[in-house]
Design a protein around this ligand. Structure first.
Ligand SMILES: Cc1cc2nc3c(=O)[nH]c(=O)nc-3n(C[C@H](O)[C@H](O)[C@H](O)COP(=O)(O)OP(=O)(O)OC[C@H]3O[C@@H](n4cnc5c(N)ncnc54)[C@H](O)[C@@H]3O)c2cc1C
Length: 441
């Protein structure tokens, strides 16, 4: 009999296991994967993501094999911004969500999942959790409406049954737990991005670059093995035409969005792996807990990769749910009361606002005139640029950056600083061009 059985051993599952085991609970993690292994995901971590790893004592291990940086470059329709997330905003984030701001760092890092997930699994084992790899969960065991355990198959094919006081579904966006319990999806947003990426050696941009032009975005981010994770994404309705010629359209997208980066990749870049791609990114929410079960990470809510926050959100959930489960399992609080608190933090107004923001971004509409004006103004205001970047990555609340009084101040400044900015000269022709599918030919 375990205190908790966790199905899924990656960002959400191993991170939850490690914290529960450190608090003295008897934990079993099962995953059908074996580690190290990759998943269909890029792997950019914002500073709150690296801060979580630091809080758990794991960041040094990650940075021993992964490049990191404190500034990112964003370019929207040719308007450049660069910034660092301020420490005060990171502190506020951790204080508000977890009541404790230890371990805050300003680092961005892009760590391959075959590196990170293995490191998390090993840390869970070191903390005392039992981890069974290559184990497929095939059934949930219930008594009445209470989930009390799992049945599954080991790598060797043996059928095994295990019981626990709570079963944690950390089993990703196609969650087995959610499907078995017939949990509904709600607030589904079907419009999303398609994404294609690969790994290139042979050049260095020093830091992360995220550029957008019209309805297409690219990102070049230094990662493990002296390579650059190089990503192209656009609206899901352009997916079919993109994939007719992945290599050609990939280079076409780089050249269109940033001729400089396109040139670097074409002339100096050596592609080290195949292209990876997906369009399976529609967003949804699910109920988060019930008798004997709780969901964390993508299982409970999944959304488009365009702001690169899913892994950090899985870390956030792991820290929130392990605090709630510790309170419930140790008897300090009834388990359902503790899990209700977990749910209210995950489904707060500011989480709802960010969900909406990501889903809107994922439609990849050409940027509006007022959005471009905002970027023009931000160029001359580093403090607000940093705050915008923190807001885009879900470190600072959307309601603060986008509050009316802040935008009115920016708007006055916009009149001055955008007056002779070239992007507005042929706005109509530009926006007509941006509507056309770049990959249709
Ligand atoms: C194209 C793309 C790019 C992305 N880029 C980023 C990014 O740059 N930064 C970022 O922060 N996030 C990114 N994300 C999001 C990120 O990948 C997810 O949010 C994250 O993987 C969620 O972690 P998780 O632990 O909840 O689930 P997962 O990583 O999906 O892990 C679930 C685990 O559950 C196991 N499992 C499932 N069912 C069973 C079963 N029946 N029995 C046993 N095991 C089972 C699976 O084997 C798997 O290992 C991206 C996503 C996509 C699709």
């Amino acid at each position: 009999m375990f205190d908790a059985i966790i199905i899924g051993g990656r960002c959400a599952g191993s991170a939850t296991a490690l914290q529960l085991a450190r608090k003295g609970h008897k934990v079993l993690v099962v995953d059908r994967s074996t580690f190290p292994s990759d998943v269909i995901s890029t792997h950019f971590l914002w500073p709150h993501g690296t801060s979580y790893l630091n809080r758990w004592g794991l960041l040094d291990r990650v940075l021993a094999q992964t490049p990191s940086h404190t500034e990112i470059h964003l370019v929207n329709d040719g308007i450049p911004l660069a910034g660092t997330v301020p420490v005060e905003l990171l502190r506020q984030y951790f204080q508000q969500l977890h009541g404790d701001d230890t371990g805050v760092v300003q680092r961005y890092a892009s760590v391959r999942r075959l590196v990170l997930d293995k490191l998390l699994v090993d840390a869970a084992v070191e903390a005392g959790a039992e981890v069974r790899e290559g184990f497929v969960v095939e059934e949930l065991i219930s008594e009445g409406d209470q989930v009390v355990g799992i049945r599954g198959r080991t790598r060797q094919g043996a059928r095994v049954e295990e019981r626990a006081r709570v079963v944690v579904g950390a089993d990703g966006r196609h969650s087995f737990v959610a499907r078995t319990l017939k949990l509904p999806k709600y607030d589904e947003r079907l419009k999303c991005t398609f994404a294609y990426w690969s790994y290139f050696s042979g050049f260095s941009l020093g830091t992360a670059h995220m550029h957008r032009r019209g309805r297409v975005s690219i990102a070049v981010v230094p990662t493990n093995f002296n390579q650059n994770m190089t990503l192209v994404f656009g609206p899901s309705e352009w997916f079919e035409s993109f994939r007719r010629d992945v290599a050609g359209n990939f280079q076409r997208a780089l050249d269109f969005v940033s001729p400089e980066i396109g040139e670097r990749v074409r002339t100096q870049g050596k592609r080290e792996e195949r292209f990876y791609g997906t369009v399976d990114q529609a967003a949804f929410l699910r109920p988060l807990f019930g008798p004997g079960w709780v969901l964390v990470g993508d299982a409970g809510s999944s959304k488009d990769q365009c702001t690169a926050t899913g892994m950090t959100h899985a870390f956030r959930d792991a820290e929130l749910v392990s605090a709630a489960l510790d309170a419930g399992l140790s008897g300090r609080q009834p388990l359902d009361v503790a899990l209700k608190q977990y749910e209210s933090r995950r489904r707060s107004q500011s989480a709802a606002a960010y969900y909406d923001y990501v889903c809107t971004q994922a439609e990849m509409r050409p940027l509006r005139h007022d959005e471009l004006q905002l970027f023009v103004v931000l160029r001359s205001n580093q403090e607000e640029t940093n705050r915008f970047i923190a807001t885009h990555g879900d470190i600072a609340p959307l309601s603060e950056f986008f509050q009316a009084s802040n935008l009115m101040l920016l708007s006055d400044a916009a009149k001055e600083s955008s007056r002779d900015y070239a992007v507005f000269a042929d706005f109509e022709a530009t926006s007509r061009m941006y509507q056309q599918n770049l990959f249709a030919a």
